[in-house]
Design a protein around this ligand. Structure first.
Ligand code: ATP
Length: 328
């Protein structure tokens, strides 16, 4: 029987390869996207609402509350003030979608404990959507089969299916067609969190603009079809951090740095401190550094924090598991 609340823990991601194809007539870009789930997590708790809205803040005092769309949402954590509380919140949309599929009212109280940076290129909103699906499914006892949850994730956004499955995976199409990948070991990462976010659509537009300005063109006829790197997939499979470092790439990096030039100082700082590879995470502005071991990761994080080129630096490992319900 379903309990009074259910909590799902969901990881952030880094794209170790993000190859962006030309702008398609439907406005999207084809991608070859190698996702790696990393050990920074949001938690989404679903519980039965009592029908009243006391308007109070929760958690560490930065949370807010809203009502009026059936789902009631509070958020805590450092970035809580930047998380939308209306129907645009992906966790709210996920709860409503699941309720609709099961022909029930989306009556639920959601709380997000946010540790993944907002608009940081680490798929935090997608993580919350996957977490809300799992948590509501458990709360409501709707027992949705895994393949249906995956299909709902793809409806919610192209990064959401990966948040559900975690580990490592190749995403193609808009990123939502996922093939799980083998990983042969643990990789050590450092993430430099930035002040403020970058809008993913704005970064794609800048990528197109830079391609036009370079004279290569930005449409599907001008840009080569994006393909996964065989060297990168081998490096993941063998767990070889140096080989992975040599193969990582992000076609959005130049665009993110163009919109936020200070990111190049952050990248240089991590490299000077011994990172095997330094890259912008997805659409940024979080920067990701691959380290040889835990000690090196700690030194890189200390150098980044000391430099003042980031808000804070976090060390963690990958691959991390996908969305999981926490024991009640
Ligand atoms: P991606 O890496 O998938 O492109 P991102 O990590 O850069 O995404 P998110 O943290 O997912 O960015 O936030 C992008 C925007 O999505 C935010 O600016 C916010 O307006 C909106 N958003 C919707 N739901 C959420 C949520 N649950 N948490 C954070 N942002 C959300």
């Amino acid at each position: 029987m379903a309990g009074d609340s259910a909590t799902a823990r969901v990881p952030a991601k880094v794209n170790v390869q993000l190859a962006v194809g030309g702008l398609r007539p439907d406005g999207f870009h084809g991608l070859a996207n190698v996702f790696l789930a990393v050990g920074l997590y949001d938690e989404v708790t679903a519980s039965h609402g009592d029908g009243r809205d006391d308007g109070s803040a929760e958690g560490d005092g930065t949370g807010r509350q809203d009502c009026g769309h059936g789902v009631r949402l509070t958020v805590s954590g450092r970035d809580a003030a930047h998380v939308p509380l209306d129907e645009s919140n992906l966790a709210v949309r996920a709860a409503r979608l699941l309720a609709e599929r099961h022909g029930r009212e989306p009556r639920v109280r959601l709380h997000i404990t946010k540790d993944i940076p907002v608009a940081g290129g680490m798929a935090g909103g997608s993580a919350d959507a996957a977490g809300a699906l799992l948590a509501c499914d458990a709360l409501w006892g709707t027992h949705t089969p895994q393949d249906e949850l995956r299909a709902m994730c793809a409806e919610l956004g192209s990064d959401v299916p990966f948040s559900l499955v975690g580990g490592a995976a190749l995403g193609q199409g808009r990123g939502e067609l996922l093939t799980p990948l083998e990983t042969g070991g643990t990789f050590h990462w450092v993430f430099a969190l930035a002040d403020g976010g970058l809008s993913t659509p704005a970064v794609y537009r800048e990528c197109d603009r830079l391609r036009e300005a370079a004279g290569t063109g930005a449409d599907v006829d001008s840009v080569p079809e994006p393909r996964p790197s065989a060297l990168l997939l081998d490096a993941l499979r063998s767990g070889d951090a140096e080989a992975l470092a040599a193969a990582v790439s992000n076609d959005l990096q130049a665009a993110a740095v163009s919109l936020r030039p200070s990111l190049s100082d952050t990248l240089k700082t991590g490299t000077a401190a011994g990172a095997l590879a330094a890259l912008v995470s997805g659409s940024g502005p979080t920067c990701a550094f691959l380290a040889g071991d835990a000690g090196s990761a700690a030194r890189i994080a200390a150098a980044l924090e000391e430099s003042g080129h980031c808000r804070s630096a976090r060390t963690t490992t990958a691959p991390a598991p996908g969305a999981r319900l926490l024991p009640a």
